[in-house]
Design a protein around this ligand. Structure first.
Ligand code: TXD
Length: 308
């Protein structure tokens, strides 16, 4: 069955996503942006590279929402990214307006899609999309946890000089300074991280993970991380399209899990053909639960400012 994947926003992340979707032949790709020429130009560039990698994927760049009609998956990166010195929260006003407009159009053209929001401030943008579109909460989620957890794994592997594939880590909470990396549950080939690294080293890795997005921005100066976010969202889309039922940390709607109700926040969840099929509840100790509650307060204060 041919699947259709719409990318709303043809900027840095949208461009890498389009390229990866086509190379991996995940489905037909439609790249949408409000800026004329950019989605068409990126689509043409990718199209021309596909014979080289022997991919028969279809891709189209467009400024017309009609082209995303009937999409199975919609991935949203529309909005503005951070510049050096900015917090994710500084993007709120501008990106709320963008997401409201995107939600109205996605609702009209692709009412059955599984939606992955990437735009920042992430948890508040997912919330906005769901409220405006009225989509079932299990069909709307946000990408942050896969990326934050991957960053955690990458830094552990770097520190220990071992393969990243032998490190398993989870980051919970909102996608901001209050995110909650969980060293207690991080495993290096089955061994708890706390048994293989000193408390001081772990604390440095946790801090670096929390600030990893900012570290990239300070280096790039003109935008934020875009390859790792695209690969993370791709993993989520693939799990949905292929019904892989992978357990992936993502911003999911909570209905009492972790003692939280009515908000989107980062937790591990099963992603399969049913969308967010299940929220996985980890047994947190009191300190970890406290950190998650603090993170929720940060998410709530942003959501409250939107007045939806
Ligand atoms: O983990 C995460 N969730 C993130 C999120 C990790 C990294 C970056 N994260 C956020 O993703 C970042 O803060 C931004 O809010 C988004 C997109 O980042 P990207 O680097 O792709 O930004 P770009 O290159 O500026 O692309 C944004 C595109 C750009 O082409 C605009 O023309 C377009 O969005 N745009 C719109 N498209 C459609 N509709 C509207 N209204 C619109 N407004 C701008």
């Amino acid at each position: 069955m041919n699947r259709k994947i719409a990318l709303i926003g043809a900027g840095n992340i949208g461009g890498v996503l389009a390229q990866q979707i086509c190379i991996n032949q995940l489905g037909e790709c439609v790249l949408f942006d409000v800026v004329e020429g950019v989605p068409q130009g990126k689509a043409l560039d990718i199209l021309a590279g596909l014979p080289v990698v022997r991919s028969n994927a279809k891709i189209k760049g467009t400024n017309d929402y009609k082209d995303i009609e009937g999409s199975d998956v919609v991935i949203i990166t529309a909005g503005i990214p951070r510049k050096p010195g900015m917090t994710r929260e500084d993007l709120l006003d501008k990106n709320v307006g963008v997401i409201k407009q995107v939600a109205a159009n996605v609702k009209q053209q692709a009412p059955n899609a599984f939606v992955i929001v990437i735009s920042n401030p992430l948890d508040a943008m997912v919330y906005t999309f769901q409220k405006i579109s009225g989509f079932p909460t299990n069909k709307v989620c946000g990408m942050a946890g896969v990326l934050d957890s991957a960053r955690f794994c990458a830094f552990v592997a770097l520190e220990m000089n071992i393969a990243v594939t032998d490190v398993e880590a989870t980051v919970l909470g909102g996608h901001g300074d209050t995110m909650v990396p969980l060293p207690r549950l991080c495993k290096v080939k089955g061994k708890p991280l706390t048994e293989v690294l000193s408390a001081e080293k772990i604390s440095k890795i946790v801090e670096r993970t929390k600030k990893a997005g900012g570290e990239v921005i300070e280096l790039l100066k003109t935008g934020s991380a875009f390859v790792s976010p695209a690969l993370s969202a791709l993993t989520m889309a693939e799990s949905y399209l292929k019904d892989q039922k992978r357990v992936l940390p993502c911003a999911a709607y909570l209905n009492g899990e972790y003692g939280i109700k009515g908000y989107y926040i980062g937790v591990p969840a099963v992603i399969g053909a049913g969308g967010i099929e299940k929220v996985v509840e980890l047994k947190l100790n009191p300190d970890e639960q406290k950190l998650l509650d603090t993170s929720l307060q940060a998410v709530k204060s942003l959501v409250d400012q939107i007045h939806l």
